[in-house]
Design a protein around this ligand. Structure first.
Ligand SMILES: [Zn+2]
Length: 91
């Protein structure tokens, strides 16, 4: 996979592997599911960062153990994914 910064036209490099993503849905946004291990890519020129993952689901809100997994993920490095741009302002 090749990831290029559209602003700077340079390759983005992995800055951190294995970062989980918490997906938020509804209004106000609620943690909905946790995805496995994204790779964080950064641009050395403009510091833009992106999280790239397969979308494989670790656990969803209705499954046993979701709250425990969410607490664990929130206490460490993670990324968040909101359903819409404005959702981030409502959290
Ligand atoms: Zn850049």
């Amino acid at each position: 996979m090749k990831i290029v910064c559209f602003n700077c036209q340079v390759d983005m490099k992995i800055s951190k592997a294995g970062t989980p993503i918490i997906e938020y849905f509804m209004n106000p946004p609620q943690p909905y599911r946790i995805l496995y291990a994204a790779d964080m890519y950064s641009c050395a020129c403009c510091a833009l960062s992106v999280a790239v993952c397969s979308g494989r689901v670790n656990t969803e809100h209705f499954q046993d153990g979701f709250s425990d997994e969410l607490e664990k993920v929130l206490s460490a490095s993670h990324a968040k994914s909101y359903e819409r741009c404005k959702d981030k302002q409502n959290e």
